[in-house]
Design a protein around this ligand. Structure first.
Ligand code: HEC
Length: 116
């Protein structure tokens, strides 16, 4: 009984750790070319971009965004929240679950929450 409980707890912890790692990997695969390796908006693409990518380490700007709004812009792209079309839509590349985990990953980059 206790063993089962311990096993279940371990499973939950390792699933959460995996989600975190996967989000970081997805960020490296799909976001860094614009948003930068450090998430600071200084990716290799930016020289020729007319709208500069958001600095995800900017706590002031990022804390003004709700998780719902971050989710929406990742899933549906910049135009879905009246931002630049240069921010692509990731629907079809990332699952809904992966987008949720990505929002949490962005919160670790800015070290911020909505409203604080
Ligand atoms: C082709 C370049 C490009 C790629 C790749 C890209 N972005 Fe963006 N992103 C942008 C640009 C440009 C903006 C700024 C749009 C604006 O301010 O109008 C932006 C803005 C954002 C914003 C902020 C929107 C806001 O509320 O200000 C978030 C969040 C974001 N991107 C997440 C991501 C994530 C997560 C990925 C990877 C899955 C990603 N982006 C990949 C170009 C890109």
């Amino acid at each position: 009984m206790l063993n089962n409980l311990l096993f279940a707890m371990l499973l939950v912890v390792s699933v959460q750790a995996q989600a975190k790692e996967l989000a970081a990997d997805n960020y490296k695969a799909y976001c860094v070319q614009c948003h930068g390796m450090a998430g600071n908006g200084k990716g290799v693409n930016i020289r020729d971009m007319s709208v500069q990518p958001r600095d995800h380490t900017d706590a002031k700007a990022m804390s003004a965004r709700s998780d719902e709004s971050l989710y929406k812009v990742i899933k549906e792209g910049g135009t879905s929240i009246s931002k630049s079309i240069l921010m692509p839509s990731w629907e079809g590349t990332l699952s809904d679950e992966e987008i949720k985990d990505m929002v949490q990953h962005l919160r670790t980059l800015c070290k911020c929450k909505f409203g604080s």
